[in-house]
Design a protein around this ligand. Structure first.
Ligand code: IMP
Ligand code: MG
Length: 191
């Protein structure tokens, strides 16, 4: 693994590198080429799910040699009580209708899949011409919502990961690799 962990403040709390910067770059290039091939002759509307997908999105669109448009949507779960029903709240909606558009939803990670189940239902009801899903990471454990993405970067074990957009309490999003988080570690900036 070319990326090494040292005693940088940013690396505290990271147990190990799961997907190196180089592996991410290579896979995102492949995905970009595949997705661009799929949409060739059309101009997809790419919708990133904030906040986690913003790093993946920014690399993915630059790996696609076709015209695309970009939007973001932000959602929040209501909390544990309603999480099982998959009810989420839209914190920031799209700026215009998507009727007749070829929509590609871009997400950082699929865990239970409940957030995406809800989002896909909401977007589907707005009558896009097509609706597809690209997820950078897909946890391999059994999932309640049975989401099957059209494109997946990596299937990963059921561990909590951070970096490349993914966070713990808004931290670690700027790690250039995906790492396994070690929860018993002291806070990043404790004295
Ligand atoms: P789901 O509804 O259970 O699929 O939750 C998906 C969301 O939970 C993702 O968009 C992430 O924001 C967050 N999430 C799930 N697993 C992880 C993880 O391992 N690291 C960081 N965030 C995660
Ligand atoms: Mg997310």
């Amino acid at each position: 693994m070319p990326t090494s962990l040292d005693d940088k403040p940013l690396h505290r709390g990271i147990e190990r590198v799961l997907i190196s910067e180089q592996a991410l770059a290579q896979r995102v290039e492949e995905l970009g080429a595949e997705i661009a091939g799929h949409y060739y002759g059309r101009e997809p509307l790419m919708i990133g799910v904030l906040t986690g997908a913003f790093v993946f999105m920014s690399d993915l669109i630059r790996a696609m040699a076709i015209p695309v448009r970009v939007e973001f949507i932000a959602v929040s779960s209501y909390g544990l009580a309603t999480e099982t029903s998959g009810v989420v709240r839209i914190l920031k909606d799209l700026s215009r209708p998507i009727e007749g558009e070829h929509v590609l939803l871009v997400e950082d990670i699929i865990d239970s899949g409940l957030t995406l189940r809800y989002l896909l239902d909401v977007l589907h009801r707005r009558n896009p011409a097509s609706l597809s899903l690209a997820a950078l990471l897909h946890k391999e454990k059994a999932r309640a919502a049975e989401i099957v993405p059209d494109w997946v970067g990596f299937t990963i074990p059921d561990e909590f990961v951070v970096g490349y957009g993914l966070d713990v309490a808004e931290r670690y999003r700027n790690l250039p690799f995906v790492g396994v988080y070690r929860p018993d570690e002291k806070p990043v900036y404790s004295s």
